[in-house]
Write a protein that binds this ligand. Sequence first.
Ligand SMILES: *Cc1c(COP(=O)(O)O)cnc(C)c1O
Length: 385
Amino acid sequence: MNSAQSPGDGTRAVRAGLPEPVKHEPTLPGPVFAAHFHLPGEPTGPYTYGRDSNPTWTLLERAIGELEAPGVPVETVTFASGMAAISAVLFSQLRTGDAVVLPSDGYQALPLVREQLEAYGIEVRTAPTREDRQLSVLDGARLLWIESPSNPGLDVCDIRRLTEAAHRAGALVAVDNTLATPLGQRPLELGADFSVASDTKGLTGHGDLLLGHVSCRNADLAEGVRRWRKVVGAIPGPMEAWLAHRSLATLQLRIERSCANALALARALSERGEVGGLRYPGLPTDPSYPMASLQMKRYGGIVSFVLPDRAHAERFLDALRLVDDATSFGGVRSSAERRGRWGGDAVPEGFVRLSAGAEDTEDLVADVLRALDEAVDEPATRPLR
Ligand SMILES: *Cc1c(COP(=O)(O)O)cnc(C)c1O
């Protein structure tokens, strides 16, 4: 431990949300599978019906809260997916006639959310994450939605500055903290009202479940989000919640390795002539670095770059052996994809988003460099393998 007052991230991660030790009980109680709980007499909580509450969620929510806001009372509500968490904030807070500011370069499902918000008579404004451009459209807004670093462009904005401006304008602020995880950045400490994430990614980190959460300090805001979960029923399964809690114990180890691997890859990629548009917020030459180094504790495990064209990028992905060609990110196994194949992001055809996993750094860098070498050749001249 660093000191009695402030244990380090690894220490907090391994103990996050654990109940007080009880003789003959496990350290982390197993998942509680229950649609309903014994409930004679007055129907009072904490556990009544499985859509409202579950002891496995309670422990996970406490754990995530301890990471999002160490030493500070905070409420966390866990959801079936990141989108369920995002929708819960937007749809519980916004009303017909309100205006909301979204990033124009955020997660690829945000345009779908926008359509839905507009169908309910909510005005949606967008601006890019870079250079705090969302500041220019805040006037009269009810809520500002920030995604920093943005996915997949890895731009970073000044969360504290935007939050202060939004609060002055009377707007609430939510930050999608998926890329950073609470060990990389703590939006509530930067002033945000909501820290929201897809825990499908780095927080749980094994690519085997979908989950999301919302954390906030204000009990009324939390109540609105919890009520929305009850209404929509976007609840996590007890097994997913338990797996997520189990995965938190290794969060610091996983994130440290993945950040170190991402930085090593970014350095290696920066030496390559065929690689353009390289982005990693932790690379001192990156446009995001000055701000990221002030507000982030760790820079995340994602590197993005552009290969000359679609075919070149496909040859590269095909030649990788330690990196799966798959969507999503933040897992212990490295993955990469040609983001343009989805059609949702404004990126060049050769744009690759690479998520660095927990492999040994030398192995991962060597695999990526070898795949780049192989991808230079046209298929006809490449030996079959
Ligand atoms: C993946 C992702 C989401 C959506 O999360 P799901 O768990 O897939 O619903 C939202 N925001 C960001 C930044 C993401 O990367």
